[in-house]
Design a protein around this ligand. Structure first.
Ligand code: ADP
Ligand code: MG
Length: 341
């Protein structure tokens, strides 16, 4: 238009075309995410995709399941109580029988105790597990249930004065109770403190266990909000509420009953070896060795990855901008454009 030489301006146009090619950005961004995921997996943290790195980095609400997550996965039976004629040995026998196929940490503890005491278990029909509630089995035509306090009748509930964990019912009538030592992991308070320092506004506990137990765990660990006596669908409801008031929510859990919440949370984190298959499948991040300290590591790795992604974008764009400008005024030649790209 302004009378320049055709060949000179065609050359400059080609220099600009090469310099403006987006390869650098297209390669550097996913590469940084791959590196982040790879670095995390070296530390035993399996992240199932780049988008979770973005969510974890801005998480400001951490929600925990209690049993097996804040507390030790390896539970032991500490007491067997009889509320009628049945002997303690029989309570253990029928409970262990009904728990035969359950992978719940409390079920494992009961079966282990029965084995330790040389209690023979029986054959039962129609085993059923209701996640977050307990198990039932039919033994000799009678319905045996092992589960939490909510299954008891109002009358039976009055008999419970201590912190018994699960109860044995025959055809809906209370016969025995089993207490387990659901102790807090030694590292839990430190982990929660770390998360707070990393900018967590809320540290929440959602548990199927009773209020008394939940409150004592919350006090000792630094949990700021707690909801107890929850069924799996109620856990989901609370999660939906929490999602509304936070930028991104993380849920950490281990059980079958946690699977729906793990899917609903922005990021679900499951325990790798302790966790049930359903939880691992539903989660976005899996801690292979059940070490909850790695929740903080996941946040740090994610933030570093995003920082590098941003650096890459700024660097790539800046180099291209400079070369485009120099190319337009005829200072940069084709080789420099190729190099910049
Ligand atoms: P949390 O949410 O704290 O991990 P769960 O939802 O797994 O706890 O279980 C809640 C409660 O339901 C337990 O504290 C226990 O009383 C009862 N429960 C769940 N599954 C079982 C089971 N297999 N055997 C006995 N009790 C169970
Ligand atoms: Mg649990």
């Amino acid at each position: 238009i302004f009378g320049g030489t055709f060949s000179v301006w065609l050359y400059r146009a080609l220099v600009c075309l090469v310099a403006s090619c987006p390869c650098a950005i297209v390669i550097s961004v996913p590469l940084a995410f791959f590196a982040g995921i790879g670095g995390a997996s070296k530390r035993g943290i399996m992240i199932k995709g780049g988008k979770y790195i973005e969510s974890v980095a801005k998480a400001d609400c951490f929600v925990f399941d209690k049993t097996g997550t804040l507390t030790n996965g390896k539970i032991k039976v500490t007491k067997v109580t009889s509320y009628g004629e049945m002997s303690e040995n029989d309570i253990l026998k029928f409970s262990a029988t009904a728990e035969e196929y359950s992978a719940h940490p409390i079920a494992q503890a009961i079966k282990q105790k029965a084995k330790l005491e040389n209690v023979e278990t029986l054959k039962a029909d129609d085993y059923q597990e209701k996640a977050g509630n307990g198990v039932t089995a039919i033994i000799d035509g009678k319905n045996y249930t092992v589960g939490h306090i909510g299954l008891l009748s109002e009358e039976d509930k009055k008999k419970i004065t201590d912190d018994t964990s699960v109860f044995l019912l025959i055809d809906g009538k209370l016969v025995g109770g089993i207490t387990v030592n659901d102790t807090i992991r030694t590292e839990t308070p430190k982990v929660l403190k770390n998360l707070k320092e990393l900018g967590a506004k809320d540290l929440v506990m959602l548990t199927g266990d009773n209020k008394k137990k939940a409150e004592s765990v919350a006090k000792l660990t630094g949990i700021t909000k707690l909801f107890s006596n929850l069924l799996p669908n109620e856990k989901v409801k609370h999660m939906e509420e929490l999602k509304k008031s936070h930028k991104a929510t993380v849920f950490v859990g281990d059980g079958i009953n946690d699977a729906p919440v793990l899917t609903r949370a922005d990021i679900g984190i499951a325990m790798g070896s302790l966790g049930s298959d359903a939880a691992i499948e539903a989660a976005d991040v899996v801690l292979m060795d059940d070490d909850i300290r790695k929740i903080a590591s996941t946040v740090l790795i994610s933030r570093k990855t995003l920082r590098i992604v941003k650096q890459n974008i700024v660097f790539a764009l800046a180099v291209k901008a400079v070369v485009l400008l120099l190319g337009a005024i005829g200072v940069a030649n084709m080789w420099e454009a190729v190099f910049a790209d």
